[in-house]
Design a protein around this ligand. Structure first.
Ligand code: NDP
Length: 333
């Protein structure tokens, strides 16, 4: 039987490219966990995915009850087979918002979708995933958590979790920020991605030995043309890919980024747990400008390596506190 891989946010950008990469390998059944099943159907048709290579299931990460419902449905669907891997890829990025949006449970939207929803999902699926032969759980990270990047260290605002005062104050409306300070949309995104990476470290530390699950995070490279940047202005969407390609060298095309993410669950070389994978060197694509957006072909392709995480991501005392608070706030066990 095919290996079953769950991908959240499979209907766009990196998630979509990852589904394509896995489906093309032939020996995977991808559960596309999406908030809009109709959109996913259209995407699957566009990609020409063989019907036996995917299954669409609804997952609204801005609702903890939807996360519970999804986990239940998935387990029923996979009752007679294993759930081999989970890829937590979905995210929202709301840098232009002046006031926060809230999830059904009252979390600031980026905190709720990117971190809390996935935190609960991993917790609900772990007991089933651990029964698989080569079980893996991946949470997509961000450059924000690197020590060695321009994007992570210098671009304002910086991620800063403080002492997690916002989560301690209840973590829900009207408290938007993890550090309890006034709302800043771009920072809320970065903070949520730091929590994603800390979660992987804690999962590894707490559960790798007892479950055998490989827990990793990865930074795909800057996929400057995904819908993630939908709230940015057009000038930014034109300049940013060029900046990433020629100044930071971090640009990567969608297809290649999808291959990278697929590798984290499919490649024997990515079996090591507790790692934050990144890719070095030039992307395969050489950027050319088309309709104001960089697209490309050719080139050499990056080398995978174990990246260093920033001190904030590695701070274990804070990670433990984050774990306790996220557990309480989501009702995870
Ligand atoms: P996209 O916006 O293209 O994709 C995000 C996906 O998340 C979409 O499929 C979206 O669904 C889904 N999603 C958003 N909100 C919810 C929700 N409430 N419930 C369920 N699903 C939801 O962005 P990318 O592909 O660029 O981002 C994918 C991942 O890569 C993210 O984790 C991001 O942080 C990370 N990343 C991206 C980088 C980049 O350069 N693009 C760089 C570093 C990390 P829908 O299709 O319905 O909109």
């Amino acid at each position: 039987t095919k290996k079953l891989v769950v991908v959240t946010g499979a209907s766009s950008g990196l998630g979509k490219a990852c589904v394509k990469a896995l489906a093309n390998k032939g020996d995977y059944l991808v559960v596309c966990a999406v908030r809009d099943p109709e959109k996913m159907k259209t995407v699957a048709d566009e990609l020409g995915l063989p019907p036996s290579s995917y299954k669409i299931m609804e997952l609204e990460l801005a609702s903890l009850s939807s996360v519970r419902q999804f986990a239940k449905q998935l387990k029923a669907f996979a009752a007679n087979r294993s759930i081999d891997s989970l890829i937590c890829n979905a995210a929202v990025y709301q840098p232009a918002k002046l006031v926060p949006n809230w999830t059904e449970d009252g979390f600031e939207m980026q905190l709720g979708v990117n971190h809390m929803g996935h935190f609960l999902l991993v917790s609900l699926l772990m007991d089933t995933i651990k029964k698989a032969k080569d079980p893996r759980v991946v949470i997509v990270g961000s450059i924000t958590g690197n020590t060695n990047s321009i994007g992570g260290g210098l671009v304002w605002p910086r991620a800063d979790l403080g002492t997690l005062g916002g989560l301690e104050k209840g973590g829900v409306k009207p408290v938007a920020m993890i550090d309890g300070k006034p709302f800043n949309g771009a920072k809320a995104y970065k903070d949520s991605k730091v929590l994603n990476m800390m979660t992987v470290n804690e999962l590894h530390r707490r559960y790798h030995k007892s479950t055998g699950i490989t827990f990793t995070s990865m930074y795909p490279g800057c996929i400057a043309e995904t819908a993630l940047f939908r709230e940015k202005r057009q000038w930014f969407r034109t300049i940013f890919p060029l900046f990433m390609r020629y100044v930071t060298g971090g640009y990567v095309g969608e297809d290649e980024a999808g291959e990278r993410l697929a590798a984290t669950v499919a490649d024997p070389a990515c079996k090591k747990s507790g790692v934050y994978w990144s890719w070095n060197g030039n992307a395969k694509q050489v950027g050319v400008l088309k309709d104001g957006i960089v697209v490309g072909a050719g080139g050499a392709g990056g080398e995978m390596f174990e990246n260093e995480q920033s001190d904030m991501v590695k701070d274990q005392a804070r990670a433990e506190k984050m774990w306790e608070l996220s557990t309480q706030l989501t009702g995870a066990k």
